[in-house]
Design a protein. Structure first.
Length: 290
């Protein structure tokens, strides 16, 4: 079966149970199984599950023939990291594929130190097979949190959308995050508001970022682009132009961009998949060779 192009390999983590999708966990597990066996399986990363639902998840997959790879989003604070990791480790039907922890409290730098210490205790240190992401808040001192994350060797995460219009960071804010991560050698992921490939208005007229914009922004920064160049890439709203720019990335530049832009979470797999097909960056099922 034809594989997904390397630039899109495991790009989209399956966040079906999170807003705005809010798919019930049994339905999300069933849908994820379908994604993992579909022709586009190479596009899809692990199922994201809140730590508070791990017991339910374990019961749902008890009789499955193969273990389920799961990335845990810790929703019980820093103190819940060790318990979440242990829960997965002691369940023979679950395989840990990542941990994500939002920072809570201020200042961000101090909160990050506590979070990193908890991750070290639970994981024994950074591991590319079980990557840990620390979600950095959009508040003063976020750069200090990145300093701590860089020292630890873990990765950073930025929330790019939400229920309210002000939950969407501006292109300038995303640019600052991307450049700050690259300057510190931190791999990054994004979550919320990146269901579609191209920047544009969504429900309610809110303008949200596109995942191809972010990908091109990272590539632009790695090429030595100035902040204004990265922001311009994040602001492109012409799908054909954006697709052409991404399609022009050679294998080396594409691999470099994906080394630092590891993945993003989407409650929909169908939307990014459909966008990539419509933009001509991914062959549809009728073009897949067997």
């Amino acid at each position: 079966m034809e594989t997904i192009p390397a630039i899109f390999d495991r790009l989209v983590d399956d966040a079906a149970v999170f807003p705005p999708g809010n798919l019930p966990l049994p339905d999300a597990v069933a849908a994820h199984g379908g994604h993992r066996t579909a022709w586009y399986a190479g596009l899809v990363g692990p199922l994201l599950c809140p730590s508070s639902a791990l017991d339910e998840l374990g019961a749902l997959v008890r009789d499955q023939p193969e273990p389920l790879g799961v990335a845990v989003v810790v929703d019980a604070g820093t103190g819940g990291i060790l318990e979440a990791v242990d829960t997965v480790a002691h369940d023979g039907q679950l395989v840990l594929r990542g941990v994500e922890v939002p920072l809570r409290g201020s200042p961000p730098g101090e909160t990050a130190r506590r979070t990193v210490a908890a991750l070290d205790a639970a994981l024994g240190g950074p591991d590319d097979d079980e990557p840990a992401y620390v979600e950095v808040p959009r508040e003063p001192g976020w750069e200090n949190a990145l300093d701590v994350i860089a020292e630890s060797g873990y990765r950073a995460k930025l929330r790019t959308g939400g229920a309210e219009p002000d939950a969407v960071p501006s292109p300038a804010e995303v640019t600052a995050f991307v450049l700050a991560c690259l300057d510190r050698g931190i791999a990054m992921k994004f979550t919320a508001g990146l269901h579609h490939a191209v920047r544009g208005p969504r429900a309610g007229g809110v303008v949200e970022h596109g995942f191809l914009n972010v990908l091109l922004g990272v590539a632009t920064a790695l090429d030595g682009g100035e902040p204004r160049d990265v922001e311009a890439a994040l602001s492109v709203d012409d799908g054909a132009r954006l697709a052409a720019a991404v399609g022009d990335l050679d294998a080396v530049r594409a691999a470099s961009a994906r080394r630092w832009f590891a993945s993003y979470g989407s409650c929909s797999i169908a939307e990014p998949l459909g966008d990539l097909i419509a933009l001509g960056l991914l062959a549809g099922p009728d073009k897949v060779t067997r």
